[in-house]
Design a protein around this ligand. Structure first.
Ligand code: UGA
Length: 453
């Protein structure tokens, strides 16, 4: 079976490479010539654990090609997946479908009879039918099918998510499209992954509703964390216990600085806009968006509150990616927090194992360190902004020795009280009491402060 992936961004690339790994013949297409030339040399434009190996294996096996020539690639395809970007439209926040519609127009002229056009991009409900109408208008009489197959990949664990999904959602209106997509995902049957076959509209809605609900869950626990701070609670214990209730579930209950990334912020805005357009306002999600924006800004105030005068302070920031195992900084909390620290007059030195090259052009007046200890040198405060594994194992005593001050602010709750013992650090985290650890010379026992200011 010949598959074409239009758009070699995150979703298109991961899906294309994984479909090739299933044994299908895959062509990945993009308008970006530089990106395609790099991919054709076996170089990935994104960082995603394990993807480089799958890329080289499948290229070597002759199942995976990269091209800018959509017409040539799509001519013999059994299915063409549209996985181009759908950025937020300026003003109303709705998804911008320009690239999806442009791809549809190009495809209309070259598709072979019987081909299936599958929308993988996250799109407003009703888009599949619009794409169908565009193709039918451009090439009347062409026999083709339309399908929706939203993606639920998470950056950083995208291969695992593709290979072992909680479910695959297939929106179709005819048996041909269903048969083709069932075949494309057949390798997953062995792993008992449920396949949900539904209407085009439901598939489009499922994607937004899933991301909106997850963003809501994160925002809920973030607000619970705020309350914990006021009443001497511990959000991690609260989250663990409520998560054990099967109706709630343990995932996405990790309090932090607010959600970011290329999906939750964009998709919650789009979902809210769809609700408004269709006279069914999604008031919960509108509130989630507002709470999350305010939270990212509030995190900067929280850091600055630890300083008597930010103008002669140095702050070390560990992690700028919106989450670990990715080099992506799109709508990352770091992009809100760091400029506020700089504006307050603080000197900021940052470190990130992968994302620093992407963050550097976006963050003015920030120095970049080669490792976390170098970042901490002379710092009054060290702030953990992304929960990279490399930070979990830091030697906190060594970190403290490099610092001028003693405050460690952990916006991801990656340390436990015992990790801090003998460090001499004053540890501020999210939704948990402050811990003041005794310096190495004294008893070494960590003391919990009842109230966190
Ligand atoms: C998200 C969804 O999880 C995927 O299922 C979906 O396919 C993807 O969007 C998409 O629409 O393409 P992703 O944006 O890669 O994936 O990242 P997540 O792991 O979901 O994290 C999103 C944000 O929420 C991050 O800023 C993360 O730090 C934050 N988060 C997540 C928390 O603060 N706490 C949590 O417990 C979980």
């Amino acid at each position: 079976m010949k598959l074409v992936m239009v758009g070699s961004g995150y979703v298109g690339l991961v899906s294309g490479i994984c479909f090739a790994d299933f044994g299908f013949d895959v062509s990945c297409v993009d308008v970006d010539e530089v990106k395609i030339a790099r991919l054709a040399r076996g170089e990935l434009p994104i960082y995603e654990p394990g993807l480089d190996q799958l890329l080289s294996e499948n290229m070597a096996a002759g199942r995976l090609r990269f091209t800018t020539d959509l017409a040539q690639a799509a001519r013999n395809a059994d299915a063409v997946f549209i996985a181009v970007g759908t950025p937020s439209r300026r003003g109303d926040g709705e998804a911008d479908l320009t690239y999806v519609f442009a791809a549809a127009r190009q495809l209309a002229r070259v598709l072979k009879p019987g081909a299936v056009v599958v929308i993988k991009s996250t799109v407003v409900v009703g888009t599949c039918r619009k794409v169908k109408a565009i193709i039918a208008r451009e090439n009347p009489g062409l026999d083709f099918s339309i399908a929706s197959n939203p993606e639920f990949l998470r950056e950083g664990s995208a291969i695992e998510d593709f290979m072992r999904p909680d479910r695959v959602v297939i929106g179709v209106e005819d048996a041909r499209a269903e048969k083709l997509l069932r075949r494309a995902y057949r390798p997953l049957y062995l792993r008992d992954s449920p396949i949900v076959v539904t209407s085009l509209e439901n598939a489009e809605l499922i994607k937004y509703a899933a991301n909106a609900f997850l963003a809501l869950k994160v925002t809920f626990i973030n607000e619970v964390a705020d309350l914990c701070e006021e009443v001497d609670g511990d959000v991690q214990e609260v989250a663990r216990a409520i998560g054990l209730d099967g109706r709630i579930g343990p995932k996405f209950l990790h309090a932090g600085p607010g959600f970011g990334g290329s999906c939750f912020p964009k998709d919650t805005r789009a979902f809210a806009a769809i609700g408004q357009t269709n006279r069914a306002p999604q008031r919960l999600i509108e509130t989630v968006i507002a709470i999350n924006e305010a939270r990212k800004q509030r995190m900067a105030d929280r850091i600055l509150a630890e300083l008597s005068d930010p103008r002669d302070a140095k702050i070390a920031v560990l992690g700028v990616a919106f989450k670990p195992n990715t080099d992506d900084v799109r709508e990352a909390p770091s992009l809100d927090i760091i400029p506020r620290l700089v504006a307050a007059g603080a000197r900021v030195t940052a470190h990130d194992p992968e994302a620093w090259t992407h963050a550097q052009p976006l963050l003015d007046n920030v120095s970049w360190a080669a490792d976390p200890y170098e970042a901490a040198a002379g710092a009054d405060i060290v702030v953990v902004l992304t929960e990279w594994n490399a930070y979990r194992g830091l030697d906190l005593k060594r970190l403290a020795r490099h610092m001028r001050g003693r405050v460690l602010i952990d916006l991801r709750n990656i340390y436990r009280a015992e990790d801090l013992s003998d460090s001499g650090l004053s540890y501020v985290s999210i939704g948990r009491p402050r811990i003041i650890s005794a310096p190495p010379s004294s008893s070494g026992l960590a003391r919990k402060d009842a109230l966190v200011s």
